[in-house]
Ligand binder design. Structure first.
Ligand code: C5P
Length: 353
């Protein structure tokens, strides 16, 4: 078989560029612990304009390489980008033979705070999987891409959908939802510089750190999924901000692992006068706004609060404060455009936050 990359010498010279968006859990209900130790979820997730940027080029020889710029994403060898490429290579070699899937040189521009509940590493992995296939000129059926994605991490399948979705199971069941109508709301993200490991948060949940009202997040999540399926305006999401901010079953568990989060969140609420939610297992907190300039003004207010102490400092470094928006319907942001689709009001120093 002739591979597209081999057949077209131009292809080898032009790198593939992919944006890897962050995600926001508008709802996150934990339904129960499974026999395999994972938890069954019911979560409405949306991609954000805030995105990492991956560039993949076929390398002359040797092995895959990864160069990371921007935030510290931890040891290269542990990076899901390299694991995604390796898994994609195994799959394409099964179909196209041992010469398929030549080594790739990858550059990752890291803008999404790391280990923050924003799915950055998972999104990078999904973008690496799709980007590697594109660079190689190879195709894999959607079901096989989904299996590879699920094997890389619970959040990775969502990022193959590239749109709002209801996510169930441990993350492998992804049902695309209709995109928000009208202008997508803006989002202020505040990521304190504290390490909050997902397994530790789930373990705290399993040990009993749970919401006072069981089943409430699930009801909100089911309702929102149905509303989105029926075609919801972006502005309507703002009307629901308070109930969405309360619809994350992992919030008490995150607070059990990092007790300072409770006071931090309360201080943000006092400062901004808006509901403050948590994305995923945290520690990133979110506030919805009608437009980006409002989120940017709120970001300035949070920075002033951090400076004067009315918002407590949490962790070893400054919090990352980022104004962005929910991603536009079905459109991958243009990777060739300048900027990342977000206003990094203050870049995080503590990348592991
Ligand atoms: O799949 P991923 O590597 O992201 O999961 C990290 C950890 O989070 C798992 O080892 C598990 O402890 C916990 N987890 C869970 N249920 C999920 C997703 C993650 O218990 N649905």
């Amino acid at each position: 078989m002739i591979h597209a990359a081999a057949a077209d010498p131009e292809r080898r010279l032009s790198p593939v560029v992919r944006l890897a968006p962050a995600k926001l859990n508008l709802t996150l209900a934990v339904l129960g612990r499974r026999a395999d130790g994972f938890h069954d979820l019911h979560s409405v997730m949306v991609p954000l304009a805030l995105a990492d940027r991956l560039t993949l080029a076929i390398a002359p020889g040797g092995r895959d390489s990864l160069h990371v710029e921007g935030r510290d994403a931890g040891p290269i060898a542990d990076n899901l980008v390299l694991q995604a490429i390796a898994a994609a290579r195994v799959a394409v070699r099964r179909v196209s033979g041992p010469d398929a899937g030549p080594p790739l040189a990858v550059r990752l521009e890291k803008r999404i705070p790391v280990a923050a509940g924003l799915g950055g590493g998972s999104s990078d992995a999904a973008a690496a999987l799709e980007g590697a296939l594109e660079a190689w000129g190879e195709h894999l059926p959607a079901a096989e891409r989904l299996t590879i994605a699920a094997g890389l991490g619970s959040d990775v399948p969502f990022f193959l959908a590239d749109r709002p979705a209801l996510v169930e199971g441990r993350g492998e069941r992804v049902s695309p939802l209709r995109t928000l109508r009208g202008e997508p709301p803006a989002v202020l993200l505040i990521t304190p510089a504290i390490a909050l490991s997902t397994p530790a948060v789930f373990a705290a949940y399993a040990a009993g750190a749970r919401p006072a009202v069981p089943g409430s997040a699930r009801a909100t999540s089911q309702h929102l999924a149905a509303e989105l399926d029926g075609g919801l305006r972006g502005a309507a999401l703002l009307d629901r901000a308070a109930i969405l901010a309360a619809a994350n079953d992992l919030q008490p568990a995150a607070a059990a692992v990092a007790p300072g989060l409770v006071a931090f969140r309360r201080a943000l609420f006092r400062r901004l006068g808006q509901p403050v939610g948590q994305t995923g297992s945290g520690p990133t907190l979110w506030v919805l706004y009608a437009a980006l300039d409002e989120a940017e003004a709120a970001a300035d207010s949070v920075l002033a609060g951090l400076a004067d102490g009315s918002v407590p400092r949490l962790g070893s470094d400054d919090a990352a404060v980022i104004a962005t928006t929910i991603a536009r319907p079905g459109l991958r942001p243009d990777p060739t455009a300048a900027g990342s689709g977000a206003t990094p009001v203050q870049p995080a120093q503590g990348g592991e936050g």
